[in-house]
Design a protein around this ligand. Structure first.
Ligand SMILES: NC(=O)c1ccc[n+]([C@@H]2O[C@H](COP(=O)([O-])OP(=O)(O)OC[C@H]3O[C@@H](n4cnc5c(N)ncnc54)[C@H](O)[C@@H]3O)[C@@H](O)[C@H]2O)c1
Length: 424
């Protein structure tokens, strides 16, 4: 490896920014993103680094931000952290990744290394991304340029598992490249950097980490449906079962976001391409996707049974896809809102972490800056933000108008209060 590799990080979101700032602790880095406003805010220090779980000392002199692709053309290491979503048929959408391959093709040089960190299915780095580079440049993988894959395990909102502290898997398109990538990541990470045998193994490892969680949560969600119909408290069952030494703890809930709710579709797609129908993966996905409707039905059921008052005024606490993040991408709370709207609820949503401008004005709900006192008949604690956990039962009660219930899917109160129901 050249002594001073010039590193470009492509795509500066929840993954790319921590990666960029992480590498800046020891290297010159250029952060490239197509979002001009983001780049301008980064240049003006107008970005809340804590939001991206960046807590280490920043070496600003090592970082350059740009939305001009030409600025990264002289780099020799490209770390790709762009989105890999699914389309509305739940099929992997690799268009952004392909676009990046086409862009890099324009300035790909001898010995350049491209490392993908975006989540993909096994085969994407070598069979799709590298093939585009080969086709566009006439360069050959492992002769003229090299590739690698290092899956990202960043968990937005998680202050403990930050980029510099997470054990990281690395793989290169050949042994020498694996060693180079290992050395590169080891130069900044304080955690273990683990070489795996090839890129496909690394790609597969990432996608199964989230698929495993999805299937496990799916199983617990199925249990929650069964126990609800049997009038058994799922959380009490889980508490009891977890006293066994090898019982694995998972909780029921809504599975949204850009990882657990998406990655299994990547693996399922590749499985089907290889003529394997992925029954478990599909079942986990179907069960988890069904939870928004299930939760909404439960809310409506409790409301009609215990309140039965019109208008049905509900306050939903939390709209991000999970606790302690402002990330609303693929948040299942939006689906719950759709169902509740059909049940004629008058919906207010409060989320202290989510910026007002990120929620589009709409007819289904009112995104409030502060909940109204003595106003709601039903409070639904949708997301277990710290702020909601630290709110006392009495404080929630101050928002209630006469007859009211507090419904929860996160079990935030261990104590059994009257009017408080854990609904899954
Ligand atoms: N968010 C997570 O928790 C997480 C964790 C592990 C892995 N991942 C994976 O990492 C990848 C990135 O996810 P993310 O959450 O950081 O996404 P993100 O949406 O937060 O950020 C992606 C960034 O890429 C930029 N971008 C889009 N197209 C581009 C292009 N052609 N060139 C340059 N920049 C472009 C966007 O403007 C955006 O700033 C995905 O594959 C995701 O599955 C995400």
């Amino acid at each position: 490896m050249k002594l001073n590799p010039k590193i470009a990080v492509i795509g500066l979101g929840y993954v790319g920014l921590p990666v960029l700032f992480g590498f800046s602790t020891a290297h010159q880095v250029i952060g490239y993103d197509i979002n001009k406003k983001l780049i301008s805010n980064l240049k003006k220090n107008k970005i809340d680094l804590k939001k991206y779980c960046i807590f280490h000392k920043i070496k600003k002199q090592n970082i350059k931000f740009t939305y001009n692709i030409k600025d990264i053309s002289l780099c020799n290491i490209f770390i790709v952290t762009v989105p890999t979503p699914i389309n509305n048929r739940k099929i992997p959408d690799l268009n952004i990744l392909k676009k990046v391959a086409n862009q890099i093709s324009k300035f790909l040089k001898k010995d350049d290394i491209i490392i993908i960190e975006s989540t993909v299915y096994p085969g994407v780095t070598e069979e799709i991304f590298s093939k585009i580079l080969e086709k566009n440049t006439k360069f050959k993988l492992n002769y003229d340029f090299f590739c690698g894959y290092s899956p990202e395990r960043i968990n937005p909102g998680d202050k403990k598992h930050t980029f510099l502290k997470i054990n990281k898997i690395v793989a290169g398109s050949n042994k020498i490249t694996t060693n180079k990538i290992h050395k590169l990541y080891s130069s900044v990470l304080k955690s273990k950097v683990i070489k795996v045998r090839d890129i496909k193994t690394a790609e597969a490892a990432k996608v199964i980490e989230n698929t495993q969680r999805d299937i496990n949560i799916g199983f617990i969600n199925e249990l929650s449906k069964i126990f609800s119909s049997l009038n058994i408290d799922t959380n009490e069952v889980l508490k009891a079962a977890s006293t066994k030494w090898n019982f694995i703890n998972f909780k029921p809930g809504l599975v949204g976001g850009h990882c657990i709710g998406i990655d299994p579709y990547y693996l399922a797609y590749k499985a089907k391409k290889s003529k394997i129908f992925p029954k478990m993966i599909t079942a986990g996905r179907l069960t988890n996707e069904s939870m928004s409707k299930f939760v909404s039905n439960r809310i409506n059921f409790y409301y009609d049974k215990l309140i039965n008052k019109k208008p049905k005024k509900i306050l939903i606490c939390g709209i991000s896809f999970k606790a302690n993040t402002d990330d609303i991408r693929n948040s299942k709370i939006f689906d719950v809102i759709d169902y509740l709207y059909k049940f004629n609820f008058k919906i207010s949503v409060y989320d202290p972490l989510v910026k007002h401008h990120s929620i589009k004005k709409n007819k289904k709900f009112n995104f409030v800056k502060k909940p109204r006192k003595k106003f709601y008949n039903c409070i639904f604690i949708a997301v277990a933000h710290k702020q909601f956990k630290n709110t006392s039962f009495d404080e929630y009660m101050q928002l209630a108008h006469n007859k009211f219930i507090i419904l929860d899917i996160n079990n935030i109160f261990a104590k059994k209060y009257k009017n408080y129901y854990q609904i899954i």
